[in-house]
Write a protein that binds this ligand. Structure first.
Ligand code: FES
Length: 193
């Protein structure tokens, strides 16, 4: 005779549909059922370990490729000396931020950058001076400060003759001290033929 208080048999297919005792199984229960709790924790531990190790290796590999900024060269060829008449040429001011000055004795070049806060001054031929539009510094044709807040004379760039006979200006080498700026690589003696 059948026991009248025995629990009813579980419905067929309950386990297959992910339910236990008539209620849905949670993720944890299903993982436990699949691997066992111990094995699941072990696998998770190793998983995190390899993840950490991979991240650490990748971040170290990144240091093998440093950030390098490729900047335009500070030196340039400015054409043949005979292309320049006597006086201050603005031919390269826009492109290279340089004035090239020709005197009866030779050439020198200015970096067109105000020594106050770095604005680009303008050359006023009629007044014979450079004027900075930002805070009013004025420089005479030698580059010395004659008005305004600029603390130093304009910088002169190194200027030499390249092998092909062109002027070669290097903004990476600068000088503005009276006495030093008129000689060596900062003044190129050149007499017209
Ligand atoms: S930047 Fe030229 S005067 Fe200030």
């Amino acid at each position: 005779m059948a026991d009248p208080v025995a629990a009813p048999a579980p419905m067929a297919g309950a386990a297959a549909s992910g339910t236990a005792a008539g209620r849905p199984q949670g993720l944890w229960e299903r993982l436990e059922q699949r691997f066992g709790r111990r094995e699941f924790l072990l696998k998770s531990g190793w998983g995190f370990f390899w993840l950490f190790l991979g991240g650490w290796l990748l971040s170290n590999l990144r240091f093998l490729f440093p950030n390098v900024l490729y900047e335009a060269s500070l030196a340039f060829k400015a054409g043949k000396p005979d292309e320049y008449p006597l006086g201050i040429s603005e031919k390269w001011k826009k492109l290279q931020r340089v004035w090239i000055v020709r005197t009866p004795q030779g050439f020198y070049a200015y970096w067109a950058r105000c020594t106050h806060l770095g604005c680009t001054p303008n050359w006023f031929d009629a007044e014979g001076r450079f004027k900075c539009p930002c805070h009013g510094s004025n420089f005479n044709p030698d580059g010395d400060v004659i008005a305004g807040p600029a603390p130093k004379p304009l910088w002169r760039c190194a200027i030499t003759l390249a092998d092909d006979g062109q002027l070669f200006v290097d903004k990476g080498r600068l000088e503005n001290r009276p006495g030093a700026r008129e000689q060596g690589e900062f003044f190129l003696p050149y007499a017209a033929a």
